[in-house]
Design a protein around this ligand. Structure first.
Ligand code: ADP
Ligand code: MG
Length: 230
């Protein structure tokens, strides 16, 4: 589902260097990504989603070489195929909750917005415990509520690939278990692939595999092995 080959990336500014010689995630696999803050976990997810592109090497999702697509095609590919729960949510402040959840459908014709989708959106929000906040400006939500709205937006189109960047980081323990159960169930029901950044080591047993970012950064080829803690 995901294949990365000989990837090198750095931002125009700063010292950060990412080098991924090879990384494969199979279809329907559930993989956790762990590692210290600043090690490049979010950057890796952005590379897989095609939000940024590598300076060298390739990123493929399914049969599509995302890193070679022109900007507009890459964006459309992401919106239609990848659910992304952003670390900082990236909700649109000027939209209410339901309009945020439906937003991917409004910015690409490839996802058809109809009554059934709207009903599913409302039901999903209900399950997530924000069903009574659909008309609230997203700005008025608590951190945990914003996070749940962001999860609803990512899950609604039943993406084949779900990228979750610390998706339960702002939730209290009871909500965390409930939301995580929902997220896993949605992924399993649709045979989706899950790549989830987490700092929560208790959760790791729920994944098929763990990718540890510890040694997975820098420009020094001798230290560029991805540690697989399976
Ligand atoms: P993580 O998610 O593991 O905490 P990130 O991928 O967010 O790490 O960041 C990796 C490194 O890249 C950090 O040193 C961060 O400061 C830097 N970085 C992130 N975004 C940018 C950017 N847009 N421009 C320059 N440096 C960045
Ligand atoms: Mg991050």
């Amino acid at each position: 589902m995901i294949h990365i080959n000989l990837l090198k990336f750095h931002y125009p500014e700063g010292e950060f260097r990412l080098h991924v010689p090879e990384l494969t995630v199979e279809r329907s696999e559930k993989v956790a990504v762990i590692g210290p803050s600043g090690s490049g976990k979010t950057t890796l997810l952005n590379l897989i989603a095609g939000i940024v592109t590598p300076l060298e090497g390739t990123v493929s999702v399914g049969d599509v070489k995302v890193s070679s697509l022109p900007d507009v095609a890459r964006r459309d590919f992401r919106i239609t195929n990848i659910g992304f729960v952003f670390q900082d949510f990236e909700l649109l402040d000027y939209l209410n909750v339901i309009d945020n959840v439906l937003h991917p459908y409004r910015i690409t014709g490839a996802l058809g917005l109809d009554k059934e989708v709207k009903e599913r959106a409302a039901a999903l929000a209900q399950e997530m415990g924000i069903g009574d906040k659909l008309r609230r400006p997203s700005n008025d939500l608590s951190h945990g509520e914003k996070q749940r709205a962001a999860i609803c937006r990512a899950l609604l189109p039943h993406p084949k690939l779900l990228l979750a960047d610390e998706a339960t980081g702002n939730l209290d323990p009871a909500n965390k278990t409930r939301i995580l159960d929902l997220l896993f169930r949605s992924v399993e029901d649709h045979n989706a692939t899950l790549l989830a950044v987490t700092h929560d080591h208790e959760l790791l047993k729920r994944f098929d595999r763990v990718i540890d970012f510890q040694d997975f950064q820098g420009d020094n080829d001798s230290s560029q092995t991805l540690t697989d803690t399976e």
